[in-house]
Design a protein around this ligand. Structure first.
Ligand SMILES: [Zn+2]
Ligand SMILES: [Zn+2]
Length: 460
């Protein structure tokens, strides 16, 4: 049901500028003081909801800074701002809204929460972000003395960096260890940090509205932080040694056995055996021989972040960050997010790099062969189609329309081929329009430029 639109012209302009992502214009309008920052358009959508649906983080921040209500519930179908951001698949907007206090439990008119809406449209990264969210205030609680305590469990200057670590969705222990190295204050207070994480783990499992995901995550983080403490304090080679022990790959295939064992052990040590999530993870891990797929890290990540739709193709071989598109220049078989990660990995990767390079070469040769075969086949098909069409043209000149139909009928199995050509261009292409040679050289060019972009050399 549409509501009466009571917006002023300037307020209508505000929506217009948000739709076009014009940050400076929006800033000008909201700063003028002449608009209501939570004015509603005809469906009950606020400017902030509009910005969230556009996936525009900057605009969300701007509107929030001008006092926009993050939990407005005026939308005709009960959609919240967080739902709009999640539907848009904008992790950044979701994060900004969560940090501004967006409620995760609100439901819309069909009884769905933001995560359910996001899962419904396949925005799994948003699902995992929302499921894992832990507010800064929740953590700040531990910086204040409780009960008989003289001081809080957590020194207050650690709340910021620890909160950042908790919100991380990459659970690779190397990533966590590297973060600990970077955040010296966390490392120096590692045993305190681990204790706070243990307390949160227990609280999340024992509270009324159990959050098993957060509880398991806190236990996992506590365990990794404790391991960091042990290596940092008790072992000669310190944190570097810890990172190396995790990264060390098996001589045959580079599989990280120590990391596998480390993570399995942590999962086994989760104290609440009645947990459904724990039981599910153990069931998934038990039949897998260490070294086979899926790894314990994979099962843990799935358990905590929800099932991911995306493939693990561009994952950094060192820290596990996604969208790592740089490749080892020697073998082109492993990806890295940055040169530092590549350097850290080289001590163990160098043992398999050569083997990987040979594998890569073979794969490429195979692909090339398959491509040649495919092209050959296509060419033959097109030729035979053209022949039969020419025949038809000479015999039945009058039946000009529906050329395409005719070809399909004549060649029978060639119809699929024709459909493909149509799909790529989005338009109906006549068979004569397809020039195989052009296609081929175009592909090559693209591949060459890709290779150049991605490669980084281990030695440099
Ligand atoms: Zn990395
Ligand atoms: Zn390599």
């Amino acid at each position: 049901m549409a509501k009466a639109d009571d917006r002023s012209d300037l307020e209508k302009d505000l929506f217009e500028e948000i739709s076009h992502g014009k940050v400076s214009k929006v800033k000008e309008i909201v700063s003028s003081g002449k608009v209501r920052v939570d004015c509603l358009e005809e469906h009950g959508m606020t400017p902030l909801q509009n910005a969230a649906f556009k996936g525009n983080k900057e605009l969300c921040e701007l509107l929030l800074a001008h006092g926009a209500d993050v939990n407005s519930n005026e939308h005709e179908n009960g959609y919240t701002t967080l739902m709009f951001a999640a539907l848009a698949g904008s992790i950044e907007c979701c994060r900004v809204l969560l940090e501004a206090g967006a409620k995760t439990s609100s439901i819309n008119s069909v009884g769905r929460t933001a995560t359910q809406m996001a899962a419904f449209v396949g925005q799994h990264s948003c699902v995992s972000l929302i499921n894992n969210f832990f507010t800064k205030e929740d953590l700040d609680y531990y910086t204040k003395p409780q009960g008989f305590e003289k001081e809080g469990k957590l020194p207050s200057h650690l709340a910021g960096p620890l909160h950042k670590m908790i919100l991380q969705s990459n659970l690779n222990p190397v990533k966590i260890a590297l973060y600990m190295i970077k955040s010296k204050e966390l490392l120096e207070n590692a045993s305190k940090v681990a204790r706070v994480l243990d307390v949160i783990c227990e609280k999340e499992f024992k509270k009324n509205e159990v959050n098993e995901v957060l509880s398991v995550k806190m236990h996992y983080l506590a365990s990794v932080v404790r391991a960091c403490h042990v290596w940092n304090v008790e072992k000669l080679d310190g944190m570097d040694g810890f990172v190396k022990s995790l990264l060390k790959g098996r001589e045959t295939d580079g599989f990280q056995l120590a990391m596998e064992k480390f993570i399995r052990e942590i999962i086994r040590e989760y104290p609440y055996h009645e947990s459904q999530l724990l039981q599910q993870m153990v069931r998934n891990i038990a039949p897998v021989k260490p070294g086979d797929d899926p790894s314990a890290l994979c099962i843990l990540t799935q358990g905590i972040n929800g099932s991911h739709g995306f493939k693990d193709e561009n994952v950094c071989a060192t820290c596990g960050d996604q969208n790592s598109e740089k490749k080892c220049s020697a073998c082109k078989m492993v990806n890295y997010c940055c040169q530092n990660c590549q350097k850290l990995h080289w001590f163990t990767h160098k043992k398999v790099c050569k083997t990987f390079a040979e594998l890569y070469k073979k794969q490429k040769e195979m692909e090339e062969k398959m491509k040649q075969l495919e092209l050959e086949r296509e060419k033959q098909k097109l030729e035979s189609e053209k022949e039969s069409k020419d025949e038809k043209d000479t015999t039945e000149d009058e039946k000009e329309p529906n050329k395409e139909e005719e070809i399909k009928q004549e060649t029978g199995e060639g119809s699929d081929e024709l459909k493909e050509v149509k799909d790529i261009s989005g338009d109906v292409l006549k068979v004569e329009d397809v020039d195989l040679k052009d296609q081929e050289s175009g592909d090559d060019q693209e591949r060459d430029s890709n290779d150049k972009k991605e490669v980084i050399s281990p030695e440099s």
